[in-house]
Write a protein that binds this ligand. Structure first.
Ligand code: FE
Ligand code: FE
Ligand code: ZN
Length: 279
């Protein structure tokens, strides 16, 4: 089963996102629980959630994916920024209890000169604090491109964070693989997909791979940049992306597009990908 969707605006609520997804022929989606800059979250309305759950059941949706605000940096040098991260993280996970059984993805953060050795224990400390709030949610670390001082651009760094976190069963704490990011980070998922997935399995474990961000990239392989491109218009290319989504190890993992598109563009990409997917 191909669970394929895209990033949607949450401004009109869960039911509206599900309705939009259905129009796009999507059966999952990604969204922000609050303004991506980290502002106040909107109240979750029980009727809206119920309407969403009905639609999700009717159209056989896969798990949906909430994305943490971009300003959430658990390994900032600044203590206030880390405090903000722990508050927002915990609050988001509490909100996720309204839609149990889904996924919450965050960027491990940028260490801004402190070094990875300082950053990793800070990320672990915050995870240890917030994981108790994730009673029915799987928390995911996103694979990063390695721009600036980003942590999490290697499988080893992600594995170390997971290993050091106390509450880290594979169904509790996992990874969201972003195709643009890993390709920019130097993992050749276009020419050496088997090798990269083998490495992922050995270092992190494929049982921890719970979500995929499907993006092409504006920059070349190993660029350590983070510039998403429309599917088929970047350095990854359509052929390689089609091989990627059809890899047997990735079947059933929810995939969300974060390409520079409006809804029409997403609809066209979803159509192309579905046409080229072999069940
Ligand atoms: Fe992200
Ligand atoms: Fe992403
Ligand atoms: Zn990105």
């Amino acid at each position: 089963m191909l669970y394929l969707g895209c990033h949607l605006s949450s401004s009109a609520g869960f039911k509206a996102m599900a309705e939009t997804a259905v129009k796009l022929n999507a059966n999952t989606f990604q969204f922000f629980l609050r303004n991506p800059r980290g502002g106040a979250a909107k109240d979750i309305n029980a009727d809206d959630v119920r309407a969403f759950l009905n639609l999700a059941e009717k159209y056989k949706f896969g798990k949906i994916l909430a994305h943490a605000p971009y300003t959430l940096n658990p390994c900032s040098k600044d203590e206030n920024t880390r405090d903000f991260a722990r508050q927002v993280f915990a609050d988001d996970l509490k909100r996720m209890e309204n839609i149990p059984g889904n996924l919450y993805n965050f960027h491990p953060g940028s260490h801004v000169g402190q070094g990875v050795e300082v950053a990793i224990p800070q990320i672990v400390e915050i995870l240890d604090e917030v994981m108790p709030e994730a009673k029915h949610t799987t928390v995911l670390l996103e694979t990063m491109s390695g721009k600036g001082s980003e942590v999490g651009s290697t499988f080893e760094e992600l594995a170390e964070i997971i290993a050091k976190t106390k509450d880290n069963a594979p169904e509790r704490l996992g990874v969201c693989l972003d195709t643009c990011h890993v390709y920019s980070a130097g993992y050749d998922i276009i020419n050496k997909l088997d090798e990269v997935l083998d490495k992922f399995d050995k270092v992190i474990g494929l049982n921890r791979l719970h979500a995929i961000h499907l993006n092409d990239s504006m920059t070349e392989f190993n660029s350590h940049k983070d510039r998403h491109e429309k599917i088929g218009e970047g350095s990854l290319g359509l052929e390689g992306i089609i091989r990627f989504i059809n890899h047997p190890a990735l079947k059933g993992i929810p995939i969300n597009l974060e390409t520079p598109n409006e809804l029409d563009g997403y609809k066209a990409e979803i159509k192309t990908l579905r046409q080229n997917y072999k069940d």
